[in-house]
Design a binder for this molecule. Structure first.
Ligand SMILES: [Zn+2]
Length: 239
């Protein structure tokens, strides 16, 4: 194969290698893994938060029921007090019955007050744990946001490099004959992105194995229409 075509192919290979590296770098930005980790942690927090929230809601519901009963009891006591001291009830039998009811209601009031305090005490650890989770969540959210911005920024920078590299690649591909290009692309796909390799010091730089003396001799004297490939790895050899 004519030297110019092979040299152009080698330049093309260099651009392709750079492009592969750029795409790999774009796909494997460390921030992507960090973002995935932050998202896993956020999902954990949400699961824990939902479970705790449900437990807290049961206690809170009980608290508000007891509070409603307490309010009703206090209302009834106030109403009885008002009637007893209004002077409209005069029969001592009625007054005594009302006093007894007030005594009974005060006992109930005290029990309900204890119930409210108990529910509040039971609820407190849930509330503070949920508060801590919310703080953690906010922190992770901010972190995820920062990572997203860093990823976007890195993508813009890498995309600009890719674009420049693509332009350079397309101008270097012009002197490469179609059949050689097709052979190169097939090899590149099969051999980890490297379809053409230089020969340096009698060694194929694609697989880093020494070429045989016959092979080297053949390379030296090959005609312009022959494409030499490495005996070991099969890559197109560029002398
Ligand atoms: Zn080789």
């Amino acid at each position: 194969m004519a030297g110019a075509a092979l040299e152009a192919l080698m330049t093309l290979q260099d651009h392709d290698t750079t492009l592969d590296q750029l795409r790999h770098r774009r796909d494997h930005l460390p921030e992507r893994e960090q973002l995935a980790e932050a998202e896993r942690q956020l999902a954990d927090i949400d699961r824990t938060g939902a479970a705790l929230g449900a437990q807290r809601d049961v206690v809170a519901q009980r608290q508000s029921e007891v509070e409603a009963q307490l309010a009703a009891t206090e209302g009834r006591i106030a109403e009885l007090d008002k009637r007893m001291y209004s002077g409209t009830v005069t029969a001592s039998k009625d007054l005594q019955a009302m006093a007894e009811e007030v005594t009974h209601l005060k006992g109930r009031q005290s029990t309900l007050e204890d119930g409210v305090l108990e529910a509040m005490a039971e609820r407190e650890p849930f509330d503070s744990e949920l508060e801590a989770l919310a703080a953690q969540r906010a922190e992770l959210d901010a972190r995820a946001e920062t990572l997203l911005a860093a990823i976007a920024e890195a993508e813009v920078a890498i995309d600009a490099e890719i674009e420049a590299e693509m332009a350079a690649r397309s101008s270097s591909s012009a002197p490469v004959p179609e059949a050689l290009m097709a052979q190169y692309e097939r090899l590149r796909q099969r051999l980890g992105g490297v379809g053409a390799a230089r020969v340096e010091h009698g060694r194929c730089m694609g697989c880093h194995l020494d070429l045989s003396a016959t092979e080297i001799d053949r390379l030296k004297h090959q005609g312009d229409d022959v494409v030499a490939t490495c005996e070991q790895c099969g890559r197109i050899l560029v002398p």
